[in-house]
Design a protein around this ligand. Structure first.
Ligand SMILES: [Zn+2]
Ligand SMILES: [Zn+2]
Length: 356
């Protein structure tokens, strides 16, 4: 990527869906010029998150097409704007779910940019970028990305980039509620849903000293969970005697929230991070909630940029990585099938070198 004029639009290519029923096809597009505070990253790896599937199929909201998903991005900095201080050319960088926000509101000042009070959180894809003439954002299933340096995460040179990519969403999404709920040694933590998010939640919770239990939809990954050191593995909430300080639900499909609330200790907390499609969004019955008072339910959305850096440093220090399977761009459609059918054992990470 030599002789880049930072004032010009940056040519890019990737894989996109052109409608909610489409499969992925090659797509050529361009990105906004590299501003004074922006960096240009050559994408080397991009994770496939379950959110990508929901978005590509317009399951949460009507998507913006063509859509290039991908918000688990790791790569190499190939150009920096004049005022950039956090990165230099040749550094490794990661990009997660956001690429910009207002920077001035209460949430942004607390580095909770995902909750920008001006509603100016710019998500990495499927979002209109109000800082760049409302052009749509395109994600990581592509060869490059231009991002404000504030929204890029420093990745050390010796880090395994393919495993780092999924941390930028799956890692922070599960790390944040464990911190929010102050998980400490001896706490009993249950993780509901044992996919890409669930397995990260298990690893972090164990490292924080918790006794960890898994609820999964089948026994396919029971051995993986036991190998990680979980104390129990269930395929149903029925008849479970254990009671938990914290339950993190990563379930991306319809389920009964109350069957989990019943398993909380008095004063226990349930963090919801999984986001099922709108038409089968789980309901919380107020009657049961009132009679179950003394328990707390909260939602958690990724995490702020400062905490994302903290999560990455923590993960690298303790060698906490996702189980991944590296695939080529040609295998994206197949990966979507497997993720939809619950047949994916590991996080799929696209090797962007396969994009020709
Ligand atoms: Zn994600
Ligand atoms: Zn803001």
């Amino acid at each position: 990527m030599q002789n880049i004029n930072l004032n010009d639009r940056i040519p890019a290519k990737g894989f996109a869906v052109f409608s909610k029923t489409d499969t992925f096809k090659p797509f050529a597009f361009s990105r906004h010029p590299v501003g004074a505070n922006d960096i240009l990253i050559e994408i080397l790896y991009a994770g496939i998150c379950h959110s990508d599937i929901h978005s590509a199929r317009s399951e949460w909201k009507e998507g913006i097409y063509p859509m290039v998903p991908g918000h688990e991005i790791a790569g190499r900095v190939v150009a920096v704007g004049a005022k950039v201080t956090k990165f230099k050319v040749g550094d490794y960088a990661g990009v997660g779910c956001m690429v910009n926000s207002c920077g001035e509101c209460e949430a942004c000042k607390k580095s909770q940019e995902q909750f920008c009070q001006k509603k100016q959180t710019i998500f990495t894809y499927d979002c209109l970028d109000c800082f760049h003439d409302n052009e749509p954002t395109y994600g990581g299933y592509s060869n490059n990305i231009v991002v404000s340096e504030k929204f890029a995460i420093n990745v050390p040179k010796d880090a395994p980039l393919d495993k780092v990519a999924p941390l930028l969403c799956a890692g922070i999404t599960t790390y944040a509620p464990l911190k929010f709920s102050n998980v400490k040694a001896g706490d009993k933590v249950a993780v509901a849903g044992f996919g890409g998010l669930g397995s990260m939640a298990v690893k972090y919770a164990i490292k924080m000293g918790a006794e960890v239990y898994v609820f999964a939809r089948n026994e396919l990954k029971k051995q993986d969970a036991l190998d990680m050191g979980v104390s129990g593995f269930y395929t149903s909430t029925r008849g479970v005697k254990e009671r938990f300080d914290l339950i993190i639900s990563t379930i991306p499909t319809a389920y009964d929230v109350h069957s989990y609330l019943n398993l909380l200790k008095f004063g226990g907390e349930m963090a919801i991070v999984g986001l099922p499609p709108r038409e089968c969004s789980p309901k919380i019955d107020t009657m049961s909630l009132v009679f179950d008072a003394g328990k707390k339910v909260y939602g958690s959305l990724i995490g702020g940029i400062a905490q994302t850096q903290e999560m990455l440093d923590f993960s690298l220090k303790h060698k906490i990585y996702p189980e991944i399977e590296v695939i080529s761009v040609e295998q994206i459609n197949e990966a979507y099938e497997k993720l939809t059918n619950g047949k994916a054992r590991f996080r799929y990470v696209i090797d962007m070198k396969t994009l020709q």
